[in-house]
Ligand binder design. Structure first.
Ligand SMILES: Cc1cc2nc3c(=O)[nH]c(=O)nc-3n(C[C@H](O)[C@H](O)[C@H](O)COP(=O)(O)OP(=O)(O)OC[C@H]3O[C@@H](n4cnc5c(N)ncnc54)[C@H](O)[C@@H]3O)c2cc1C
Length: 397
């Protein structure tokens, strides 16, 4: 049996992008995805959620040669407006003042998934097994023996590879087999996502407003449409989910304000529990965890996939001129390079929630002062924006 360069467990955005990058380096890759094709955009992470991707992520998508196919479906984010309900202080960041074409882009996960799967299917170096699951593996001298259960088949199939990647999400089976400890935090809160239309088109404006119950956000989606995110405590979920369209738009307007005129139409609402998890040790032997399998975070700062895309970028650079891409020392070097970015982004996202959900009025005014300071001191604002766009590669914060 021929030894593959890599078996990737998980065909979410991170698994698919990594498979493309490795295939472009001429590697033989097997991609194993648990969901059948017809369920990918309803039950998986390629559902109707709208993703904000940073400029740094766009550059990686260009390098993977999928940006051109994705471009018709993306909407540029040109201005970001951050404020807090009930207190003074706001921050505005504009692409123009940072001399970049856009601060980021919004795209539906469904469109991203379609484009990625098309590119993967066209790649001869990638063997796709789905619906199938990586169930078990064993590390041997110089390779990993991977057991894969194909749906409808009684007997599992076995593949050997130089490298096994767990890109199989928060409940990663690869992590479980490795027995790596996971640090988990539940926020006892939900993010409710909907598509909402406004009287005026957003024209590249994105808004985030912190309220005592949690943040609300609007992201441009093209025309008069916006992605609307409302974070609420667990105890309030039913109240929001049972509201009819008119009441929901009124509740959203009360928190966000009508910055783009009246809210005129809202889609069905979908709720996601907000959790954070982190696996400090992301590699062992010839196995490595990437994307949500190694770090899952609250979507408030829209950094989850962006962080995963930076994982891919650093990994591809690190293995570029290597023959054996699963060499344990190589994976250790990769892990060391990624640790700081993971910990800073996770810390910043968690810190934002702690600071903005603190009920004390004094903390509220301090938050306002902080935002005004960021607004008034351009280098600080630029550093903050660069960090959000490119992580630690964009500059210290
Ligand atoms: C509401 C919401 C909004 C978000 N907004 C943003 C945003 O604006 N910007 C941003 O950067 N991020 C955002 N995120 C985060 C982003 O969706 C995730 O970071 C991203 O989906 C992670 O990709 P992944 O490929 O690592 O994992 P996943 O998307 O979880 O994919 C894992 C894949 O592995 C498969 N799988 C599982 N077990 C196995 C197995 N044993 N064998 C084979 N396959 C398996 C699953 O079916 C799945 O397809 C948001 C998340 C949510 C919930």
């Amino acid at each position: 049996m021929q030894c593959r360069d890599a078996v990737i467990s998980g065909g979410g955005p991170v698994g698919l992008m990594l498979a493309l990058g490795l295939a472009q380096q001429g590697r033989a890759v097997t991609l194993v995805e648990a969901l059948p094709e017809e369920k990918v955009d309803t039950e998986g992470s390629f559902d109707g959620r709208v993703l904000a991707l940073t400029l740094g992520s766009q550059e990686v998508l260009e390098r993977l040669e999928i940006w051109q196919a994705l471009k018709p479906f993306v909407e540029p984010i040109l201005h970001v407006h951050v404020s807090q309900q009930g207190y003074l202080g706001l921050t505005k960041i504009h692409a123009e003042e940072l001399r970049v074409p856009a601060l980021g882009f919004s795209v539906t996960a469904r469109d991203l998934g379609r484009v990625l799967w098309q590119a993967v299917s066209a790649q001869k170096n990638i063997e796709v097994l789905r619906p199938a699951k990586v169930t078990y593996f064993q590390q041997e001298q110089g390779e990993v023996q991977v057991e894969i259960a194909l749906a409808g088949e009684e007997e599992p199939i076995h593949q050997s590879a130089k490298l096994l990647v767990g890109a199989d999400g928060t409940q990663s089976q690869v992590r479980k087999v490795l027995g790596l400890p996971i640090e988990e935090k539940a926020y006892h809160a939900y993010g409710i996502i909907a598509k909402i239309e406004t009287e005026q088109p957003p024209q590249g404006w994105s808004f985030e407003r912190f309220t005592e119950e949690g943040p609300v956000a609007l992201l441009p989606m093209g025309g008069h449409a916006n992605k609307a995110v409302l974070v609420c405590p667990e105890a309030k979920l039913e109240t929001y989910m049972q509201m009819d369209d008119e009441s929901y738009m009124a509740a959203f307007a009360e928190k966000m304000g009508e910055r783009l005129g009246r809210f005129t139409k809202v889609s069905e609402r979908v709720a996601y529990p907000l959790k954070e998890s982190y696996v400090p040790q992301m590699t062992e032997g010839r196995a490595v965890l990437m994307g949500n399998a190694s770090h899952t975070q609250h979507p408030v700062a829209a950094q989850g996939l962006n962080l995963g895309i930076r994982d891919i970028e650093v990994f591809l650079d690190g293995v570029q001129s290597e023959q054996d891409i699963g060499r344990p020392l190589l994976l250790e070097t990769y892990a060391q390079k990624r640790r700081e970015d993971h910990e800073k982004v996770m810390g910043m996202t968690d810190g934002l929630i702690q600071v903005f959900q603190h009920p004390s009025p004094i903390v509220g005014h301090l938050r306002g002062l902080g935002m005004m300071a960021i607004q008034a001191v351009p280098p600080l604002k630029k550093r903050f924006a660069r960090f959000a766009m490119r992580g630690v590669q964009g500059g210290e914060i």
